[in-house]
Design a protein around this ligand. Structure first.
Ligand code: VLZ
Length: 134
């Protein structure tokens, strides 16, 4: 029985988002703004189909995928690099591998109690974001 990610989630804490953005080559001015943001995620899960919309006062990001089906991701408004992405289950965790110019790029989502976790990885950097239900 897979985990239920459905809902609206607000960022409550974040670690090393700066390092993750640096690894992606995000410029100084954008990093200064982005690290102050408290993004909200709305996740819709129907079987193995997901939409994740991340919104903030500065920029928004939307992704849609089915488990196990590779898709082109353009990372528009983030680092704008294209990559081939695929999301799979690792037990109760959602694991995305983003294959492209950047090594070891991807993310993992999981739910722990009433909290949604997101681990973001790029090159040697790992950032963790924690969200609570709105
Ligand atoms: O999340 O990849 O939920 O793709 C931050 C927006 C969104 C603020 C970070 C603008 C995206 C930042 C994280 C400007 C550099 C992400 C996935 C998993 C959905």
């Amino acid at each position: 029985m897979p985990a239920d990610f459905n809902g609206t989630w607000n960022l409550v804490r974040s670690e090393n988002f700066e390092g993750y953005m640096l690894a992606l080559g995000i410029d100084f001015a954008t990093r200064k703004i982005a690290k102050m943001l408290k993004p909200q995620k709305v996740i819709k899960q129907e079987g193995d189909s997901f939409t994740i919309s991340t919104t903030s006062t500065f920029r928004n990001y939307f992704v849609q995928f089915k488990i196990g089906e590779e898709f082109e991701e353009d990372n528009k408004g983030l680092d704008n690099r294209k990559c081939k992405s695929v999301v799979t289950w690792d037990n109760e965790k959602l694991v995305c591998v983003q294959t492209g110019e950047k090594k070891n790029r991807g993310w993992t989502h999981w739910v722990e109690g009433d909290e949604l976790y997101l681990e973001l990885r790029c090159e040697g950097e790992v950032s963790t974001q924690v969200f609570k239900r709105a």
